[in-house]
Structures are given as structure tokens and as C-alpha cells.
Design a protein around this ligand. Sequence first.
Ligand code: NAP
Length: 265
Amino acid sequence: MKDDKVSIIGCGNIGLSLLQGLLKESIIAPESITVTKRNIQELAYLGGQGIKLSSDNVAAVKDSSLIVIAVKPYNITEVLEEIRDYLDPQKQVLISVTAGTTLSQIQDVIGKSMPIFRAMPNISASVGRSVSCICHNSDGRRDVERVKSLFDNFGTTMTIDEELMQAATILGACGIAYVLRFIRAMIQGGIQIGFDAKTASAIVNQTVKGAAELLIERKEHPEFEIDKVTTPKGCTIVGLNEMEHNGFSSSLIKGIVASYEKIEK
Ligand SMILES: NC(=O)c1ccc[n+]([C@@H]2O[C@H](COP(=O)([O-])OP(=O)(O)OC[C@H]3O[C@@H](n4cnc5c(N)ncnc54)[C@H](OP(=O)(O)O)[C@@H]3O)[C@@H](O)[C@H]2O)c1
């Protein structure tokens, strides 16, 4: 993996998060990373770090072994058509983080057998805390560890069946927005009960991080930990029940299902 050269084709929000994750981990030298977008001058501020900045997708592909496509779904066909003649099935791996575009759709456009992966990270890749779900075609079997090593730079990586990629997009990639909105609401509540915004944010951010790490480390169900916090007739259970009366869990579940129905359309 450290000998691989990586290109990120379409360095927008998620492409930049992946780039930042790679630079943070420094397993791959910046000189081995190329990022592209048509308006590449928008990334000029990244110059001087050794990364190659380009608007030439073909040159980027020719110079890489791991090619990450990070464009919007409506741009992926033109990008694949542009690079397909320069893909080397023996040496290269094609990885798409584009939501909704299937392995077979990608295969059809490039018109040749080669290792193809889909991956679904989230923007916390920039700080090495993403969860990335990946799946691959049959040619990709030989490169699973290589691609996992790449995505481990961004956090944790798990292999899933392709039919779950849309669900992974909602729970993992959109999921971070749901959690951030939850955090914002907690901060607003904290301000109303007396903290300034900065202190409220510091308390809430660490509380959310602590709750997640507790579950990750102990591998318990959330309700098991909640039981430890809820004194009979106490303030926690009163607050929790009030939230539930107002549809807290229900609105989250409905939101997740609404997002899923939207992506499945
Ligand atoms: N944002 C997330 O949290 C997230 C997470 C996981 C997956 N995804 C998926 O990743 C994809 C990109 O999402 P995004 O939010 O990063 O979108 P975005 O910010 O719009 O980034 C896409 C980038 O692609 C570039 N681009 C478009 N056409 C191109 C071409 N022909 N050659 C090279 N670059 C090109 C655009 O820049 P120019 O216009 O300058 O070319 C743009 O910066 C989507 O399919 C999304 O579903 C997003």
C-alpha cells in the first residue's frame, strides 16, 4: 500500500476529506497523491504540500495504481468514458465513492474486466474517524486488503454486500449530518440552561464522543448504558421520556427511512 500511487478524481467535499485523511496518516507520501477537478485553481491553497493538483483526469489515472472516483452521480459516466482506455486491469484498482452507481454500471461503461470497488466513507475521513463500507466485483477479490488498507487511513473499514450500499450511504455518510444536527440541538439546550455557546459545545462534543467510545469499547446496547444513568424518578428519565413523548426516536427513524426512500427512487 505504501508503494501505491493514489488519484482522487473529483476532489470536492468527500474527495478533500479523503485527501486530508491521507495527509494526516502520512502512510502515502504527498508526492504519490494526485487530485483532480475541472476548476483546479479552487484547490491552489493546497499547493506546496507536495500533492499533484491537476484538471487532467487521464494524466492522473496514468500515474496511479489506486484510482478513487469522487464525482457526483451525474458526472461519473463522462469521467469513466474519459479514462477507460487508460485503465490497466493488471496493475490498477478503480474505487468509486459515488453514491448509487453500481459495480455493474461502472463495469459496463469501462467495458473491461478489472478490480472495481464501491466505497462509502463519510466526511470524518478528514480526521481519521470515518466508517467506510466497501464492496467489490469478482476481479476485486485479490485487492480487498489493499483497498481496506487505503480506507483504514480514514478510520474503520468494513466489507458489505453491494445491495446494502444504499443503506450504508444513509446510515454512515448521511448519518454524520443527523448526528451533527443532534449535537447542535444539545448545544442550543445547553445555552438555554446557562452555558455560553463555546462551553456548551465543548461539553456536548466530548459527551457525544464519550457515548460513542463507550459503546465501541464495551460493545453493549445503548439502553444497557442508559439504565446506569436513569435514577428512578430522576431528572434523566424525566427528560428522556419528554423527548420520546415529542417523537425523538420516532423522528430519527422516520428521517432515516425518508432518506433511504429518496436514495432508492
Ligand atoms: N459529501 C459526502 O459526505 C459524501 C460521502 C460519501 C460519498 N459521497 C459521494 O461522493 C460524490 C461526490 O460528493 P461531494 O459531496 O464530494 O460532491 P462535490 O463537492 O460536488 O464534489 C465533486 C467534485 O467533482 C468535480 N468534478 C465534476 N466533474 C468532474 C470531471 N469531469 N473531472 C474531474 N472532476 C470533476 C467537481 O469539481 P469541478 O466542478 O471543479 O470539476 C467537484 O469538486 C457523490 O456521488 C456523493 O454521493 C459524498
